[in-house]
Design a binder for this molecule. Structure first.
Ligand code: SAH
Ligand code: MG
Length: 194
């Protein structure tokens, strides 16, 4: 039997950056409210968010992509423990190399922060008409407000990329985005109607 608490403990002990509890609750409420059935996730890690989303409702299907073999193996085991292997499809590959043909009501972007714009541009084509793209970690642990104070060059570059992504969303002609100060910063992007 799978245990959510065990996944959380594992993540904590092994520094796996799983979604924060309030962020997860926000997404689960969204899934319920909009009767989401098909979900695509970019960035599986140990399967924590995929398992939680799949458990929201028995007829939800999740496809989730992970490029790290070790994470993939752990996620596979976890998904099996929860008996969700029929409803969660796990793909081992770099998301930017995967050819996804399905249509999804919800696409959850939660992988390499430097590639957020690329993920968005690639996978927006896999949205259903009223589909939504939710992105995690837009506050990047509170670092995005004062990037100039960050010592590490790499980290500063990464934070800059996240801020670029936010600007990309804010100025997007095709999508309307709402930003929520929940969890580590979550955005919800929907195709503009007209
Ligand atoms: N969604 C998970 C956490 C994901 S952590 C949860 O909340 O439970 C981010 C994961 O994305 C890492 O495991 C990392 O290996 C993976 N990742 C990063 N870039 C990726 C890419 N380009 N393609 C696929 N997976 C990627
Ligand atoms: Mg995250």
């Amino acid at each position: 039997m799978g245990s959510i608490i065990k996944l959380e403990t594992y993540a904590k002990e092994n520094n796996v950056p799983i979604i924060r509890k309030d962020g997860l609750e926000f997404i689960i409420d969204y899934i319920k409210k909009y009767n989401i059935k098909n979900i695509l996730e970019i960035g599986t890690a140990i399967g924590y968010s995929a398992i939680n989303m799949a458990q929201t409702n028995e007829d939800i299907k999740v496809t989730t992509i992970e490029r790290n073999e070790n994470m993939y193996a752990i996620a596979r085991k976890n998904i099996r423990k929860f008996g969700l292997e029929k409803r969660i499809t796990l793909i081992l590959n770099d998301a930017l190399n995967v050819n996804v043909t399905g249509k999804y009501d919800l696409i959850f972007i939660d992988a390499a922060k430097a590639q957020y714009i690329k993920f968005f541009e690639k996978f927006k084509n896999n949205l259903t008409q009223n589909g939504v793209i939710i992105t995690d970690n837009l506050n990047f642990h509170g670092l995005t407000k004062h990037p100039e104070e960050i010592q590490s060059k790499n980290l500063r570059a990464l934070v800059k990329k996240i801020n670029n992504y936010k600007e990309f969303l804010q100025t997007n002609q095709e999508f309307e985005t709402k930003f929520h100060q929940i969890g580590d910063g979550i955005s919800v992007s929907k195709r503009k109607m007209d």
